[in-house]
Design a protein around this ligand. Structure first.
Ligand SMILES: NC(=O)C1=CN([C@@H]2O[C@H](COP(=O)(O)OP(=O)(O)OC[C@H]3O[C@@H](n4cnc5c(N)ncnc54)[C@H](OP(=O)(O)O)[C@@H]3O)[C@@H](O)[C@H]2O)C=CC1
Ligand SMILES: CC(C)(CO)C(=O)C(=O)O
Length: 307
């Protein structure tokens, strides 16, 4: 079986730092590196990176290096940076490279696969964390888990999946190997369509949707529009999935906030196109009305016009 010896991550943000720090602690700092351009590397080395109060000694790899490929390559950028990240990471893809994408939404695996080779892709969903990165500082109390898997018709990727499972077992990384990874991708997307957008437009935090009231009801209504859409696309996402994710959200630090709201706080454009943007476009195909997502889309865009 292939053994994963080195890991490259692209994206030194909330998830990149969280998982990069975990990998480096368990495997040693030499086996984990962050791919970036020279300007970013200079900035990161000048400013440093702090994870739960501790300085991280990360190794950086110049995107233009052509003498090293990754055994495991992890994408941890926002959707708006995905195409630049793909071109920065391409030198690190060798014949044996396994790629995981931590991006939210239901499209990043396809996009990366089309650019770098679908034969490299496993599916992955990152969930359950309350990571907040503001400036160069990451804080979290729950690291969450990675859900990994392959669709039914890609069974030739079992050896790649086993290599990742072997690594995660070896370092005790919290993970779930999913029987139906497409179901997980969609049901996690349903959560983001609800919690990320509602916390963003209310300019709140997890506490805002953990208490009974309008915000929590709007979150659930936005999620139910995804359930209706999933039915049209023959993906089984149910009310039980909704309850599972609402319960998971209730366990998060009430002062924490989803990645989209962190973008709002930093005045960065959000991933709204991954959430209501995608819901609205897909709903048009089926003549499905999605008023809650239309409202959330308009509200996010209104907030972003003031940046
Ligand atoms: N935050 C969370 O708790 C969760 C996030 N997700 C998803 O994971 C993905 C990543 O989110 P998150 O970690 O919050 O994102 P962040 O915005 O915190 O971090 C993204 C990082 O990517 C870096 N980056 C952008 N373009 C490039 C590039 N071309 N080369 C190298 N680095 C680049 C940015 O660097 P710079 O700052 O230098 O521009 C930034 O540090 C998103 O899709 C999000 O929805 C999923 C689950 C939970
Ligand atoms: C809701 C959460 C934290 C999942 O755990 C997430 O996916 C995000 O912040 O984008």
């Amino acid at each position: 079986m292939m053994k994963i010896q080195n890991i490259s991550i692209i994206g030194l943000g909330a998830l990149g730092v969280l998982f990069g720090n975990f990998f480096a602690d368990k495997l040693g700092h030499d086996r984990v590196s962050f791919i970036a351009d020279k300007d970013r590397i200079r900035r990161y080395e000048e400013q440093g990176v702090i994870c739960n109060g501790q300085k991280c000694n990360f190794k950086f790899s110049d995107k233009d290096n052509t003498n090293q490929t990754a055994d495991l390559l992890i994408f941890a950028v926002k959707a708006s940076s995905l195409s630049s990240a793909i071109s920065s990471a391409k030198n690190y893809v060798g014949n044996h490279t396994i790629i995981l994408s931590l991006l939210n939404g239901i499209t990043s695996e396809d996009i990366i696969g089309k650019a770098l080779g679908t034969n490299h892709m496993l599916y992955c969903v990152a969930q359950g964390m309350d990571a907040v990165k503001l400036g160069n500082q990451l804080t979290y109390s729950h690291m969450g888990e990675l859900c990994i898997g392959i669709p039914e018709d890609e069974s030739e990727k079992q050896p790649m999946l086993h290599a990742v499972i072997d690594l995660f077992d070896h370092i005790d990384l919290p993970y779930v190997c999913e029987k139906d990874i497409i179901h997980r991708l969609w049901s996690k997307w349903m959560l983001n369509v609800g919690v990320n957008q509602v916390v963003m437009v209310t300019q709140g935090n997890y506490g805002t949707v953990q208490q009974e009231g309008k915000a929590r009801e709007t979150m659930k209504a936005a999620m139910r529009e995804v359930i209706a859409l999933a039915k049209k696309e023959h993906v089984s996402v149910t009310e039980e999935d909704l309850e599972y994710y609402v319960d998971m959200t209730d366990t998060l630090n009430p002062d924490g906030m989803p990645s989209m709201r962190q973008d709002g706080v930093s005045g960065k454009y959000s991933e709204v196109e991954l959430f209501s943007g995608t819901v609205i476009n897909k709903a048009k195909i089926y003549n499905l009305d999605v008023p809650v997502n239309r409202m959330l889309y308009q509200e996010v865009k209104r907030l972003e016009r003031n940046y």
